[in-house]
Design a protein around this ligand. Structure first.
Ligand code: ATP
Ligand code: MG
Length: 567
């Protein structure tokens, strides 16, 4: 491609509203332009990268036995009503009506549509397993679109769905998809980590996320320093706490006027925060419930909303609700004598002689003890704390440490949560109708492009890994419009490389050399070849590798040999 004929508007200055490197560089290098919040047009250079990413994803999935389909973006409400998600999905799902006032949505995901296809077309266990995928536009009306295409409202996803007659078959495919995702990310030369994850709106039992490691990532990953354990912080757990010591103090009610925070209580009573218990009140399925964590721990809201009896999504009670239910305000609450149902984090359960609110304005208990002063049923002891770096890993293999990551892929074990309500059954070997076990498998194609840049850039621009680069070679012709020698040599080399199947971008613009070099660094094509009059006289061209910085003045033959792998 001749650069003079391609729309590639580069920008010198950093756009003010772009917070992360990939967003800044995608705008500056002319890969994307914003149309409205969370909506982007992909320009020719950016689209070429999308196509490279898609091709790798498609090749690896096809090699893993998945078959490609294409489902509509617009989906009828009836399908979502069958699974109950029409009412369960919040405002992230954009609902629309057609000219007949029928309800539709713009697909945020496609479980219902694929399950509908399956129940119409597949009837026997003999046709199983089957594994479908598509590469399609999704729409999610994200509350806070940000970081450019990283969290957009309209984006491209590869979504896949598998159907199985039994657990063993499902396990095989889930493992195959897990390995396939690893192969895809390795082909893109990305540094990534697979972690245990929460299942969110998609549902099902277990899931794994694939994170590209980057300091700018929105997610925190907790991993074991001495073993394989790794999980999203939303889901991460640690080893159980050590056994609780026996009580050694008497229960005492002390005046703590005006003191409501853990720090103030601990300071006033001369104890550390880990000896104090924090009582939080949230909405339950009926009425309010209390959640107790250690004073130095933070409640993990994702874990908390999974506790049976706690309403999801998690909603904290207002001060007025709390006052109406308990007769006192939040800062004076504690489990001893509390009239609400109480769930206690297991680390809070391990504290003896603790300090907590006395459920009376201006008073706390000291020397409080579980069992002796307040009992908790076994099924009310829960794991709802956010793990911390240094916590012992759950499998005992070292400690937890944190990394930041960008979630580019997510695979789910769905069981029959879609096939059962939608009656997508097949006949099994015994002639009975059974709901197949399902899996679903997503990759954010457009988010992947941003994640690749987060891991592959420097202060002057992008450094594309070869497998996803928009072009392989950037041919810079200096003074192309003035020098016949340069024009002749550049056109000939461009043709020669192109004829060999190498993707070349020829900078034939009437621009100063400085502009061409700066744009080349910004755009980040892996191999740069500069043709200038001075070099030509000496019989050499200038080669430079974008990522390593390696450069050499070489005759054309040596450069061609490098680029065609014949060296
Ligand atoms: P997140 O926690 O980041 O919102 P999610 O759990 O909602 O992601 P999934 O439903 O698992 O995402 O979607 C599969 C993949 O689609 C994600 O792993 C991610 O790569 C991509 N994706 C999800 N939401 C967006 C978005 N708003 N913009 C771009 N890509 C997205
Ligand atoms: Mg989401």
């Amino acid at each position: 491609m001749r650069q003079s004929q391609q729309l590639m508007p580069t920008i010198k200055e950093n756009p003010a509203d772009a917070e992360v490197a990939s967003h800044r560089l995608m705008l500056r290098a002319g890969l994307i332009r914003q149309v409205a919040s969370g909506l982007y047009t992909w320009l020719p250079l950016g689209l070429r990268v999308i196509r490279k990413v898609e091709a790798i994803v498609r090749e690896e999935l096809t090699a893993s036995g998945a078959q490609e389909v294409l489902m509509p973006v617009v989906q009828p409400a009836e399908l979502w009503q069958e699974t109950g998600r029409w009412s369960k999905m919040g405002p992230e799902m954009l609902r629309i009506q057609d000219r007949h006032q029928r309800d539709f949505c713009l697909g945020p995901t496609h479980e219902e549509v694929i399950t509908d296809l399956f129940r119409r077309e597949v009837h026997s266990y003999r046709q199983l397993p089957c594994n479908f995928f598509q590469i399609q536009t999704k729409f999610r009306d994200e509350i806070r679109p940000r970081f450019g295409v990283m969290r957009a409202r309209e984006f491209t996803m590869k979504d896949g769905y598998s159907f199985h007659a039994d657990q063993a078959s499902f396990d095989d495919t889930y493992r195959e998809m897990y390995d396939c995702y690893g192969r895809i990310l390795r082909r893109m030369a990305l540094n990534f980590r697979a972690v245990e994850a929460d299942t969110g709106n998609i549902g099902g039992a277990n899931s794994h996320e694939f994170h590209v490691l980057a300091d700018s990532g929105e997610d925190v990953i907790a991993y074991a320093t001495g073993g394989d354990y790794a999980a999203n912080l939303e889901k991460a757990t640690s080893a159980p706490p050590p056994a609780r010591p026996a009580p050694s103090a008497d229960l005492d009610k002390v005046a703590t006027p005006g003191v409501t925070t853990i720090e103030d209580v601990a300071g006033l009573l001369g104890v550390t925060a880990d000896r104090c218990l924090k009582t939080l009140v949230v909405h339950g399925e009926s009425g309010l419930v209390a959640l107790v964590v250690r004073g130095d721990d933070a409640l993990n809201e994702i874990k908390a909303e999974k506790v049976p009896g706690v309403a999801a999504p998690l909603r904290f009670a207002s001060d007025d609700d709390i006052a109406a239910a308990t007769g006192c305000r939040p800062g004076s609450l504690g489990p001893v004598g509390l009239t609400l149902p109480v769930f206690v984090d297991r680390h809070a359960m391990a504290v003896a002689d603790f300090v907590c609110g006395a459920n009376e304005e201006g008073f706390h208990y000291t020397g409080a003890n579980w069992e002796r002063d307040v009992t908790v049923a076994d099924d009310h002891v829960v794991d709802v704390r956010t793990v911390k770096p240094g916590d012992p890993a759950p499998d005992g293999q070292g400690e937890l440490a944190f990394l930041r990551g960008i979630e580019v892929g997510h695979i789910f074990q769905l069981g029959s949560v879609y096939s059962a309500p939608m009656d997508a059954t097949v006949l099994n070997a015994e002639g009975a109708q059974v709901a197949p076990i399902m899996g679903c498998y997503g990759i954010g194609i457009t988010r992947m492009v941003a994640a690749i840049i987060e891991q592959n850039h420097d202060e002057v621009g992008i450094r594309w890994p070869e497998p996803v680069a928009p072009y392989r070679v950037h041919l810079l012709a200096l003074n192309y419009h003035k020098s016949e020698a340069v024009r002749g040599a550049a056109d000939a080399l461009y043709q020669r490389l192109t004829d060999q199947g190498i993707e070349v971008l020829l900078d034939d613009r009437d621009e100063r050399p400085g502009v061409k070099f700066a744009d080349a660094d910004l755009i980040g094509i892996p191999h740069r070849v500069t043709i200038g009059e001075r070099g030509l006289k000496e019989g050499s061209l200038e080669y430079k590798h974008r990522a390593t910085g390696e450069s050499a003045a070489e005759p054309e033959e040596a450069i061609v040999a490098r680029l065609t792998g014949a060296a």
